[in-house]
Structure formats: C-alpha cells, structure tokens
Write a protein that binds this ligand. Sequence first.
Ligand code: CTP
Length: 408
Amino acid sequence: MSRIVLGVSGGIAAYKACLLLRLFTEAGHDVHVVPTQNALQFVGETTWAALSGKPVHTSVMPEAHLVNHVRLGREADLVVVAPATADLIARAASGRADDLLTNVLLTATCPVVLAPAMHTEMWLHAATQANVNLLRSRGVVVLEPAVGRLTGADSGPGRLPEPEDIEASALAALADAGAAAAMASQDLAGRRVLVSAGGTREPLDPVRFVGNNSSGLMGVALARAAVQRGAEVTLVGANLAAEPPAAVHVVTVVSTDDLATAMAAEAGSADIVVMAAAPADFTPVSPSATKLKKSGDAGLTVEFRQTTDVLAGLVASRPPKQVVIGFAAETASDEAELIALGTTKLARRGCQLLVLNNVSGGAVFGAPDNHVLLLGPDGVLGRSAGTKTTVAHAILDAAITVKEGKSA
Ligand code: CTP
C-alpha cells in the first residue's frame, strides 16, 4: 500500500478525479486529496472525504499545528495532480507556494505526475509549453492531454486523459524510477512505435477457430509504455483481453494473414516495430464455408499449412535504422542455455532485439508479471522482471539503446 496525494485543481474535469480516486483506493492505496479552492467550486469537500475515507486538506492555515504544507508532500510516495490546469502548471513551474497543493509540490521528493486538462489554446500556448518543458526537465511526469471533446462544443488536445490511463502512468512512475524518468523526459517524442499483440485465430469454419492462449497483455503494456514516453503508437491487436489506452491507434485483426497485412501496411514509417503477438504457425488449408457437421462417430481431420511469417516479412523490408523486436519463448534449464538458444534464434530471425522468455517454470500467458532477457546482436542488453509495465519500459530502453547504436 502506498501513500498517494491526489491534488485537484480548478477545472471541469475535477469530477473525473473522483473516478481516479476510486481506482487508487480500490488498488489498496491510501489517498489524501488536496483540492485547490477553485477545485472546490467544481467538486465539494464532502465528496472527496467520502470517497477517500479521510479528512480533506484544503488550505495551509486552519490546521497549521499539523504542518500539512510540509508533512503531506514529505510523507507521500506519489503525488498526482488531476486535472492540472494551466494555472496550476504555471505555479508549479515557477515554484510558487501560494496554496496547500503548491506547498505539497514543493516539498515532495517522490514521483510527481501531472495530468493536464485545459482548452486547446491554453495547452498549445508558448507559456504553458515552456512551463511543461521546465517541469519535465526537473523530472516531473507531465502526461500529454487526450485529444477529444472539451467543455464546450470545441474539440482538440486538452482533454483530461482517461482515469485508467492516468492511474497506469502514475503507478508506473511509483513502481519504477527508470520509467518515471523516461516518462518525464518523453524520450520517444516524435517517434512512431508499431506493436502487435494478442493471439491470432485461424478459422476452421464460420463459427470455430484454432487459437492460442496469448492475452495480448504484454503488447498492450508496450503500447501504453510507448505512449507514456511520448511516442505515436499503433497497435495491431488480435483478440485482445486488455483494453489499450485511448491515445493508441488500434487496428483490429483476427488471423495471422490479417496481422501480416496490417503490419506490412503500418511498418514503413515506424522507428520501432515490436512483434509481441503470438501468431499461429499453422492455419487450415481450406476452412469450410459452412458449419462443419458431425457425421456418425467419425472424427475430424484438418489439413494445415504454415502461415505467413510476419517477423520475417518485416525484417526483409526493414527501412534503415528501424529497430525490429521479436519475442521468443524457450524452455531452458538455466540462463546460459537461454542465451545460447536466443543467440541462435536472433541470428536466424535477423531482428535487432529479441525478448527472451524462459517458460520452463510455467507459462506467462495472462499473468500480470513477466521476466525477460533482452538480447541484441552484440549480446545481453538487459534483464527485467516485474509487472508487464515495468518489463515494457525495459524493452523500450533496450530498443532506444539499439537505435542509438549504443549497444555493447
Ligand atoms: N512470429 C511471426 N509470424 C509467425 C509466427 C511467429 O512473426 N507466423 C513472430 C512472433 O511474433 C515472435 C517470433 O516470431 O516475435 C517468434 O519467433 P519463432 O522463431 O517463431 O519462435 P518460436 O515460435 O518459439 O519458434 P520455434 O518453435 O521454431 O522455436
């Protein structure tokens, strides 16, 4: 259980912070809400107190004996401000301490995540952008606002990101200092990342298919991590069990052939391509156009052919400097054997990075955690174990290392 300070500044999106608060408390965290005076115009103190189950701190003065202006920030494991208005961002950037929330921001030594919400003009204004860049240069995670409907009839960048997406970014920053630094620096800004995820389904007839256990969780975590680091992300998803973040452009596919077509169409302009999907290796030669019927006691024999090798196609048409990442699940008795198997596979597949999973201790399908070894052409680039979000950030770190030609 972590101690989270949820700051709320005065914007209409304050009501969405109620949902964020709920997500944090349901995940077992201890949440202290610090609304600004203007935020209280939108959502009242009673709501925050009821939802957090704690007294709400609204100003420095009345409880001066509790030294809240220093204590809350110092004791926090994570500070999240949602919504962060243009004014709050400006006050945070200039180090003001004119209310309790800005005092918290000045005293916090933990990760700080700001989720901006404002009209497009205010977000794009040079003053706001300069403030955001300054905060990011100091290690503050400032999320990109979502694009969509704003308070009035207008639409554009400036919408508060969805509470689930703020929660995911905030918990990633809380769990992993490296991920927090990468999100703050937006090290994938201006980059295009293409990820495939999920397990394909190969049709036997109009109602049946041959599939596999891949949930797509790792690929969705990769897409999310790339968005958190500022990339423009396309996810080619086959039968996903998880919801991708709103900022991701999703192309939905079913079979390996669909996946191959979609990846080929999207890969050309990508800087990083991640083949996290589990495409079927075989597909029925001639799926039945009508539903297969039982006939007496007879069984069923289906002839399969090999599917398109998507990764091979991507490697063959790879533009210079593009990093193509393959995944491999191996059953190895120790790390040396895993590295040996991976090295052979990397050379055979011709990709720039291989994410190696040792599945001999049990499958990782559908599990929230993962443990991988990252292998580049010059050897082991890193190891990562933890949530799929943590592993996703480690994979992107390795991809950046390869892209910048810094691998050993
Ligand atoms: N892959 C692909 N197209 C396929 C099958 C797999 O692009 N039709 C990709 C997967 O997304 C993964 C990688 O290939 O990134 C896995 O490599 P592969 O050599 O197929 O590994 P295994 O399936 O483990 O193969 P083997 O059983 O031969 O070790």
